[in-house]
Design a protein around this ligand. Structure first.
Ligand code: C2O
Ligand code: CU
Length: 474
């Protein structure tokens, strides 16, 4: 499967600008935000609309992406979940630092919710930013069929902008009838995962985003693809990078550089629309090289006169979330080795108390290991790590494979260390870190949330093929 979204243009008879830049209202002023989420198999979504046929999807509440959950920092979220799928599922709250009982990790934090079953989730939203929710059972299929939605948690005082907008960017592998192609392709498991051929923004192919010259827009980017990485370059408009995976960074302009978003990752931008009335500017994706680059979106400034003559003053950095600062001098050091996959040899793996040779692994559809291990059925018999509650953990994630992996940890946000004299200086705080082939990443965090936390590659086909384990904090 090529990385280039081949069918995209084919489906595009007319441009659909509808959902691409709809301004979001702020959260209702209530201390408890209540939502009901129903996982269903009976909806269709106009992914390739307006001319294309509707796609049969699995959805939360009949919507793809699922309903946007919006709350304010410090609010309590109550989500009444009902499973109307024909198979068990859970809801995981990606990036939110919540108690383990609410984490939606099957067989680890809860029993999967059976068909017809319900589960009430309830937790406090400690951190502002962009997060998301999705199942954690049969993930490649359940997410890939459309079960995913965004969460925005507002800062007590949000920066002033004319519009606040989210792009939930998804990647689908559709046939010529716009229906999902079969899941569980072995090749995806040991290569780059289920890379699709149709990219949607907020649930439909969108090519044009209407803007007004001179306006300031807060643009939140969320990559919910099963596997696809994005690397977005903005022409003419030079965005301010405000936050990564929900957590503020020192506001800085991209300056012609691009923003990379692996599966599961998010970025908050502020755009000053430096276009003249009627002018356009492209957003280009070139995550898979120049040869495979494509135009993901095009900003089109209306004919209205510019909202302001000159760009407003630089935005102030957002206030930090209450994430503990790692104590590097007293950190416990660990290594997380990623091995396996196509083009690299594995001898075998441990699974609980057994040892699997390569043949046994292949038969079980297991192609990857973390520290030489694959998860036992229904969770992990032995945690990859045992962390003492309250101590700083320093993990070198070493990727000895030929593929990149977005590595995600539940229940914590970690600092991605730099290699300067002060590794914490400017270190972004994330929940998913992209580790390039034959490269390493250093992450550090205070293990301050007790529980058994999943740690896995967010390429869902890799996760299901062995790249998953548990970090125990006790
Ligand atoms: Cu998006 Cu295990 O997570
Ligand atoms: Cu991976």
């Amino acid at each position: 499967m090529t990385a280039f979204p081949l069918s995209r243009r084919g489906f595009l008879a007319a441009s659909s600008a509808a959902a691409a830049l709809v301004a979001l209202p702020p959260a209702a002023r209530s201390e408890t935000q209540r939502i009901s989420l129903v996982a269903r198999t009976d909806a269709t979504a106009p992914l390739v609309a307006p001319e294309g046929p509707p796609t049969a999807v699995w959805s939360y509440n009949g919507e793809v992406p699922g309903p946007l959950i919006r709350a304010r920092q410090g609010d309590v979220l109550e989500a009444a979940f009902e499973n109307r799928l024909d198979e068990p599922t859970t809801v995981h709250w990606h990036g939110l630092r919540i108690p383990i009982e609410m984490d939606g990790a099957p067989y680890i934090s809860q029993a999967p919710t059976p068909p017809g079953g319900t589960f009430d989730y309830r937790f406090e939203l400690k951190d502002a930013g962009v997060y998301w929710y999705h199942p954690h059972v049969n993930s490649s299929t359940q997410l890939g069929r459309g079960l995913r939605g965004a969460i925005i948690v507002d800062e007590p005082e949000a920066p002033e902008v004319e519009r606040d907008v989210i792009w939930v960017i998804d990647d689908w592998r559709l046939d010529t009838e716009a229906q999902l192609m079969p899941f569980g392709q072995r090749h995806d498991g040991h290569h780059a995962g289920r890379i699709g051929n149709v990219i949607t923004v907020n649930g439909s192919i969108a090519v044009e985003a209407p803007v007004r010259a001179g306006e300031r827009i807060r643009l939140r980017l969320l990559n919910v693809a099963n596997a696809r990485s994005l690397k977005l370059r903005f022409e003419t408009i030079d965005p301010w990078l405000m936050a990564l995976d929900g957590h503020p960074v020192t506001a800085r302009q991209l300056g012609g550089g691009s923003i990379k978003l692996g599966a599961g990752q998010r970025a908050d931008l502020i755009l000053d629309v430096a276009l003249a009335p009627g002018e356009t500017a492209r957003v280009i994706d070139d995550a898979y090289g120049e040869a495979n680059s494509f135009e993901m979106m095009r900003f089109v400034a209306s004919a209205e006169p510019a909202l302001r003559a000159a760009p407003p003053p630089a935005p102030e950095s957002l206030p930090p979330n209450p994430v503990a600062t790692p104590d590097l001098a007293n950190a416990r050091r660990h290594t997380l080795l990623l091995e396996g996959g196509a083009m690299r040899q594995l001898d075998g793996a441990t699974r609980g108390h057994e040892t699997l040779d390569l043949t046994a692994m292949m038969q079980a559809g297991l192609f990857w290991t973390m520290n030489g291990a694959v998860p036992a059925e229904h969770g992990m018999s032995a945690p990859l790590f045992d962390f003492t509650l309250g101590e700083t953990q320093l993990i070198e994630i070493e990727n000895r494979t030929a593929f990149e992996h977005p590595v995600h940890l539940h229940g914590h946000s970690f600092h991605v260390l730099g290699d300067g004299a002060d590794p914490l200086a400017g270190a972004p705080i994330r929940d998913t870190v992209m580790v390039a082939p034959d490269h390493s990443a250093m992450i550090a965090f205070v293990a301050d949330n007790p529980g058994d936390w999943m740690m896995h590659c967010h390429i869902l086909e890799h996760q299901e093929a062995g790249m998953m384990g548990v970090a125990r904090v006790a």
